[in-house]
Design a protein around this ligand. Structure first.
Ligand SMILES: *Cc1c(COP(=O)(O)O)cnc(C)c1O
Length: 228
């Protein structure tokens, strides 16, 4: 049952936060609902979940339209600049910005809509050739340019570390993202440098991510079951 899974995940979040000496309220759960049918998302809403993450714009557009009410959505998929317009219209938060061209396109659309748009910068901490994300050493330049050229609210960083079968193996990557965020905040490159969001951790490793400072965890399978 989705409601049981949700209860369990929230308990795990609280345990991990407490273990790290953090307030569990400082961790937001993004329920990743890609490929999940609307009826099952509705079940999660009925169980109290209000924040969802989607990877594909077409799919997200339909769900956002049909699931009205006090629900919020993060875009967590790969973004091409020709799709930025649609993403900026649909979502209050885009977690996967990794180049200036995308930021500019999002900003254009947001200002046309008179809408405040929040973003995270996706960082490729694992330096994997096939993964999106700015390399850590290129993040300061990207953030400076976004700060200078756009009105986007740059709220923090997001990452997807290399895939491992053991959650402990993700820990160094989460730690690296946290260290990078601290460095960027000390250079005052976020919109609010006293409150920086760190989106890291998925079904297999969100507890480790919380121990390392995650403020947003993105959990799909552990909540909705296998997407197969
Ligand atoms: C699918 C996805 C997730 C959720 O993964 P699970 O392992 O199912 O929890 C999280 N983040 C991103 C960016 C994803 O694409």
């Amino acid at each position: 049952m989705i409601s049981d899974n949700l209860r369990q995940i929230k308990a795990n979040i609280a345990t991990a936060a407490n273990k790290a000496g953090r307030d569990p309220q400082t961790v937001k759960l993004v329920a990743v609902s890609k490929y999940v049918p609307i009826e099952r998302i509705q079940e999660a809403v009925d169980a109290g979940q209000r924040l969802f993450g989607e990877n594909y714009l077409q799919e997200a557009a339909e769900k956002i339209e049909r699931l009205q009410g006090d629900i919020s959505w993060h875009f967590i998929g790969h973004l091409q600049s020709n799709k930025a317009k649609q993403a900026a219209s649909l979502f209050p938060m885009v977690e996967t910005v990794d180049r200036l061209k995308i930021a500019r396109a999002l900003d254009n659309q947001a200002s046309q809509l008179g809408k405040e748009l929040s973003i995270l910068i996706q960082v490729n901490v694992g330096r994997e050739a096939q993964k999106s994300g700015v390399l850590p050493e290129e993040a300061p330049t990207l953030l400076r340019a976004i700060q200078a050229e756009t009105n986007l609210k740059v709220c923090g960083l997001m990452t997807m570390p290399p895939f491992f079968d053991a959650p402990e193996k993700s820990r160094p990557f989460f730690r690296q993202l946290k260290e990078l965020a601290d460095e960027l905040a000390s250079k005052r490159l976020f919109t609010d440098n006293s409150h920086v969001e760190l989106s890291m951790g998925m079904s297999g490793d969100y507890e480790v991510a919380i121990e390392e400072g995650a403020t947003i965890v993105r959990v799909g399978t552990a909540l909705f079951g296998s997407r197969m």
